[in-house]
Design a binder for this molecule. Structure first.
Ligand SMILES: Cc1cc2nc3c(=O)[nH]c(=O)nc-3n(C[C@H](O)[C@H](O)[C@H](O)COP(=O)(O)O)c2cc1C
Length: 240
């Protein structure tokens, strides 16, 4: 596409030359080098912080900042602390062990710890003043969104249906990621059952634009595309 051929408030705010928000991918794919390269290329790079300890998030953000002076995001999972009892862990291992055996792997072992503490991760994001803070699997309180705003972050929540988008708007989010039914990876549904929230991206994006009035990022492909924007931007493109 021609540079400058799309204009949305979101793109302008983050000085984007191409309408691509790089997908955060927990598990190590979104290295600081990748995040910085995407931002330097005119998109918006996104670090997946969900699986990282707070101090690791801080060192990765420092590494990104050493590679770019452009805006970037950090994404977290909004999760309550988990501490499953031994019987639950045993059932899970028993269910998975046959698959491990098929692959020639030894039986699985209980983990020493599960997800990093979300509250501690959030505190690090606030301390680091990250340009964009993105969230999935849950909803932040208005107080937490306000704290992020006070630290200078733009806040993006994930919605799989309209009620979730409205919940994010009411909490004070600046934009919403529309996770359509076609999107790969886990479902971010946090209101109702995910089976009831399998709305195709092409339908979900305009629904969220109309219901929230916020910029909406479509999540139909390997990247988050800046697909639509609020009514303040009549020139916003619809997703292709
Ligand atoms: C390996 C992997 C890890 C992912 N981790 C995250 C994550 O940490 N946070 C998030 O919001 N989405 C995560 N996603 C979802 C992606 O950000 C993306 O929105 C999703 O894959 C939809 O695009 P696709 O259908 O082209 O895969 C992950 C996806 C993959 C494949």
């Amino acid at each position: 596409m021609n540079e400058g051929s799309f204009v949305t408030p979101f793109a302008e705010r983050f000085q984007m030359r191409v309408p691509v928000v790089q997908a955060p991918m927990a598990g190590g794919a979104t290295t600081p080098a990748l995040v910085a390269a995407v931002s330097n290329a005119g998109g918006l790079g996104f670090l997946a912080g969900a699986a990282l300890a707070p101090e690791k998030i801080a060192s990765e953000v420092a590494a990104i900042r050493a590679l770019t002076d452009r805006p970037f995001g950090v994404n977290l999972f909004v999760l309550d602390p988990v501490s499953p009892d031994q019987a639950t862990v045993r059932r899970a291992l028993d269910a998975i062990d046959p698959l491990r055996a098929d692959l020639g792997l030894p039986p699985g072992q209980p983990l020493a710890r599960y997800a990093p503490d979300f509250r501690a991760q959030l505190e690090v994001l606030i301390e680091l003043h990250v340009p964009v803070a993105g969230f999935t699997f849950g909803l932040l309180s208005a107080a937490d969104v306000e704290r992020l705003h006070a630290s200078g972050s733009y806040v993006v929540g994930t919605a799989t249906h309209v009620a979730e988008g409205i919940a994010w708007r009411d909490a004070g989010a600046d934009a919403v990621v529309a996770q359509g039914a076609e999107a790969g990876a886990h479902r971010g549904t946090f209101i109702g059952a995910f089976e009831d929230a399998l709305i195709g991206t092409m339908a979900l994006v305009p629904q969220l634009v109309d219901a929230t009035g916020l910029p909406v990022l479509a999540r139909p492909a390997a990247s988050w595309t800046v697909a639509a924007s609020s009514r303040h931007s009549p020139s916003a493109r619809k997703p292709r």
